[in-house]
Design a protein around this ligand. Structure first.
Ligand SMILES: [Zn+2]
Length: 66
């Protein structure tokens, strides 16, 4: 699995779990994958929009839907 950041080919280390309340039910979680370098960038992108929920190590993700 690779990082979700544009043009990044690094191996993902983190799964960033998020939810857009306008289109997702509250319990739904979408997941973006992030390398160490892009974790802060992707997290702040989601956080600014109020979508960010939490981050988990990729190996701890049970649900990679999205
Ligand atoms: Zn990356």
């Amino acid at each position: 699995m690779t990082c979700s950041a544009k043009d990044c080919k690094a191996a993902a280390v983190w799964g960033l779990r998020w939810n857009n309340p306008k289109i997702h039910t509250p319990e739904r979680r979408k997941v973006w994958l992030a390398c160490e370098e892009h974790k802060p960038t992707l997290t702040s992108f989601l956080d600014r929009r109020g979508f960010f929920k939490d981050a988990a190590k990729v190996e701890d993700l049970l649900d990679t839907d999205g």
